[in-house]
Design a protein around this ligand. Structure first.
Ligand SMILES: Nc1ncnc2c1ncn2[C@@H]1O[C@H](COP(=O)(O)OP(=O)(O)OP(=O)(O)O)[C@@H](O)[C@H]1O
Ligand SMILES: [Mg+2]
Length: 298
């Protein structure tokens, strides 16, 4: 069993480098996308507009929560609940309609000078070409303008941590999907960013590779104090890895710990608690225990 399971307590998540400093503040965030254009000339859109039928798409509505430095924070919600939109706002790939996200006190969509290089998404580049793991990682280090000695030191440390030393000279495209994912993760960690944003990083990975990733990313976080902000549809994964979770469905439903949510909902696992919280009893598996209670936040 993963040792992180026992370390998650109801009120006080424990991680060696967990400082409790609120590093990221999501404040009253709302995001509307313009309606998708239909047809080449937009004639149908024009008609719909005249009939008052064209509406903006709501992705996020008045969402507020904070993420603490050094924690593994999970963002959970059903399809279309706004998770990717929120990640993209944090990474300044898109901007909010209203509200703001502050990192270490600075608006991530405006004060780039203060936030650049400190937040990092999962790195997916360079792996479509015929490049070895070592060269790909060196290129990444160079893109981050790290000194050559530092690049070699980080590669050395991370390939051992992720048990990838014997793959260093293989082409990345010849590795299995799970191993490629590990290389992407190593490339991401090489950035030295304090805050990592992963949107469904374990999608499509087998249970063994996932567990290796959880363990190794957890070790990395403990050694470096890095904060991980992570979306997933795998609720067992969230239960095992996340210190705290936010559940959204375009609006914020709750911010809590997996353990506290299971206690509050009287459920044995996070998946059942999540289903009950969002959909009520009717979609819970037959035979599950019932009883809805107040949801606390932490
Ligand atoms: N570029 C876009 N233009 C228009 N609407 C968009 C755009 N991106 C997302 N949306 C809409 O915003 C809403 C939230 O989408 P988003 O991708 O953030 O959800 P999600 O929680 O990441 O979903 P999933 O679990 O399926 O990945 C959805 O209704 C989606 O259709
Ligand atoms: Mg998404």
């Amino acid at each position: 069993m993963l040792k992180r399971v026992e370390r998650v307590s109801a009120e006080v998540p424990k991680r060696a480098n967990h400082s409790y400093r609120e590093i990221l503040e999501v404040e009253d965030l709302t995001k509307f996308y313009p309606p998708v254009r239909r047809g080449i000339l937009g004639f149908r859109d024009l008609l719909d507009t005249l009939r008052g039928r064209r509406e903006d798409v709501l992705a996020l509505e008045h969402v507020s929560f904070t993420v603490r430095s050094g924690e593994w924070f999970g963002l959970l919600g059903p399809n279309g609940s706004g998770k990717t939109t929120l990640c993209n706002i944090i990474l300044d790939i898109t901007t909010p309609t209203s509200g703001q996200v502050r990192f270490d006190g600075h608006d991530v969509n405006r004060e780039h000078g203060h936030t650049r290089g400190r937040l990092c998404p999962m790195q997916y580049q360079f792996f479509h070409d015929r490049v070895s793991v070592r060269d790909g990682l060196r290129q990444t280090g160079a893109e981050w303008m790290l000194p050559r000695k530092e690049i070699e030191a980080r590669i050395d440390w991370l390939v051992d941590l992720f048990e990838m030393r014997d793959k260093l000279d293989d082409w990345v495209i010849r590795l299995s999907g799970g191993m490629q994912r590990k290389v992407w993760l190593i490339a991401t960690l090489m950035s030295g960013a304090e805050f990592l944003v992963f949107d469904e990083p374990t999608w499509g990975l087998d249970v063994f590779t996932r567990r290796t990733l959880y363990r190794e990313l957890g070790q990395f976080m403990e050694k470096t104090g890095t904060t991980v902000f992570w979306t997933t549809h795998n609720l067992q994964e969230a239960q095992e890895t996340c210190d705290r979770i936010a559940i959204i469905d375009n609006r914020l439903i709750t911010v809590t710990t997996p353990k506290k949510l299971m206690e509050d909902m009287h459920k044995a696992n996070l998946e059942e608690a999540f289903v009950q919280l969002l959909r009520g009893e009717q979609e819970s598996p037959v035979g599950s225990d019932s009883g809805t209670t107040r949801i606390g936040t932490s």
